[in-house]
Design a protein around this ligand. Structure first.
Ligand SMILES: Cc1cc2nc3c(=O)[nH]c(=O)nc-3n(C[C@H](O)[C@H](O)[C@H](O)COP(=O)(O)OP(=O)(O)OC[C@H]3O[C@@H](n4cnc5c(N)ncnc54)[C@H](O)[C@@H]3O)c2cc1C
Length: 437
């Protein structure tokens, strides 16, 4: 008889685990409390448009996610793979095209617009240090690490890059985590895929496709099914949700860290569970807000993704995405505003008016949006705070064949889709290894 595994949570981590377990030959049941798959990276239908709960960016360094994307079925949706075109509107532009082989970054920096030659030299010398593996000391913030860089480069490159990659402002972000992202995303990743933007919504990109494969292998995907409790009984695990109790040989628990307190977990030996809970207690969170503005369909941004971070004093918007160029939603602009108490406290109308005035001023001086909607995710990711104790492994084993997975557990990287996929994949592998013995 096939062993039966329950996966709780159908975000990227849970579905990745379920997909691999199903391929290993296990009977898999996925419990998801929401109606839509994808968790914090999911489809959101707004004003009859298929959008996301927040604009996401991927990169060529997302090996685990991209491997899955290719493997799940033979019909993957289109991905826009872009070279680095770091354009802070009217202030700074750095384009790195792969045409010059290993010298491409050097050529790109020499040609960068908005900075002087001495500033370029300082920028280059920092990047060369990175290339040669010059790692920051532990306990250093990103702000302290880049403090010798010219002010303009900090403002138009390091600051927005840190927020985009770590969703944490530079004054508190952990320089070592940032270093790993730079090493893998900027130095090692192929220049042709510095940025990747999906052309479909985030549920269609992978979660729906993984769920179809799991269902084809007789797995079950149960949506709108919130798990209330998990406990051990006679060498099995009992999963309790509003519709009853079921027994399993193994569990992968892949819910967001702040959702853990709503599940009652009872184990015969609680030591690992207590340690894990004390790790969760020290986590703090950062928000991400996305403002969608529908302009007339002939309104286009100069490129698919333009930086507006710091372009005017007290500007709120950080990045503007042209959904017309990404998903054929002509005239639809997504403005991302990450991490910030100021933003979280502003009422929607005030935030929208401010973002609208920024976009109108920079790009469409004669136009008015037809509609504006805001999606707020208050706990979008954990904070990559320099004071946070790093997790030591990207999967937590609570007891034999009970694993916890999720984006927040990666020991080196920030909480991203890639960290979620890596964690889910590893949870499946550990489960398989254990059940084989
Ligand atoms: C607005 C926004 C923008 C982002 N931008 C980026 C980006 O550009 N690039 C990037 O890589 N990452 C980005 N992220 C982060 C990325 O979305 C997350 O890292 C990733 O989605 C986390 O996946 P996960 O599976 O670990 O957790 P989750 O997605 O949180 O999945 C957990 C799932 O468990 C379910 N669940 C919870 N409790 C229960 C229960 N009791 N029973 C059953 N089910 C339950 C939840 O409904 C959810 O579906 C962004 C996140 C947000 C919110």
């Amino acid at each position: 008889m096939k062993k039966h595994i329950a996966v709780v949570g159908a975000g990227y981590a849970g579905l990745t685990a379920a997909y691999h377990l199903s391929n290993f030959g296990y009977q898999v049941t996925v419990y998801e409390s929401a109606r839509i798959l994808g968790g914090r990276a999911r489809r959101a239908v707004i004003n009859q448009q298929v959008l996301d709960n927040g604009q996401h960016i991927l990169s060529g360094a997302y090996h685990s996610l991209l491997k899955l994307y290719d493997a799940v079925d033979s019909n993957p949706p289109h991905l826009h793979k872009l070279t680095l075109d770091w354009w802070m509107w009217n202030r700074f532009r750095l384009t790195i095209k792969p045409n010059f082989g290993p010298l491409s970054p050097l050529v790109g920096i020499c040609r960068a617009k908005g900075i002087t030659f001495p500033e370029k030299l300082k920028f280059l010398s920092f990047l060369m240090g990175l290339q040669f593996g010059k790692k920051p000391k532990s306990g250093l913030t990103v702000a302290a690490w880049v403090s010798t860089q010219p002010a303009k480069i900090i403002r138009y490159f390091w600051e927005p890059l840190c927020v985009a990659a770590l969703n944490t402002p530079i004054f508190k972000a952990d320089a070592q985590v940032f270093y790993h992202v730079l090493r893998d995303g900027l130095i090692k990743a192929p220049l042709k895929e510095a940025l990747i933007l999906p052309s479909v919504d985030l549920t269609a990109l992978l979660p729906d496709r993984m769920a179809n494969t799991i269902a084809e292998q007789n797995g079950r995907i149960l949506t709108s099914r919130r798990v209330k409790a998990i406990y051990e009984s006679a060498k099995k695990f009992v999963v309790d949700d509003a519709q009853g109790r079921s027994e399993f040989d193994g569990i992968v628990l892949a819910i967001a860290p702040y959702q853990m307190k709503y599940i009652d977990i009872q184990l015969e030996n609680n030591q690992s569970l207590d340690e894990y809970r004390s790790y969760l207690n020290q986590l703090t969170y950062e928000s991400i807000t996305t403002v969608y503005l529908q302009y007339p369909s002939d309104c286009r941004l100069p490129i698919a993704m333009v930086g507006i971070h710091g372009c005017t004093e007290n500007a709120l918007g950080q990045w503007a995405f042209d959904r017309g160029q990404i998903t054929n939603q002509a005239g639809l602009i997504a403005v991302v505003v990450s991490t910030g108490d100021t933003v979280d406290q502003l009422p929607d109308e005030v935030l929208q008016a401010k973002v609208q005035s920024e976009i109108t001023q920079y790009f469409f001086p004669k136009q008015h949006p037809l509609w504006i909607k805001t999606v707020r995710e208050k706990r979008a990711t954990i904070s990559c705070d320099v004071h946070k104790v790093q997790s030591t492994s990207n999967v937590v084993s609570l007891t034999n064949s009970f694993y916890v997975a999720g984006d927040y557990l990666h020991p080196l990287y920030p909480a991203t889709l890639e960290s979620a996929c890596q964690s889910g994949e590893q949870a499946a592998q550990l489960m398989h290894k254990y059940l084989l013995t």
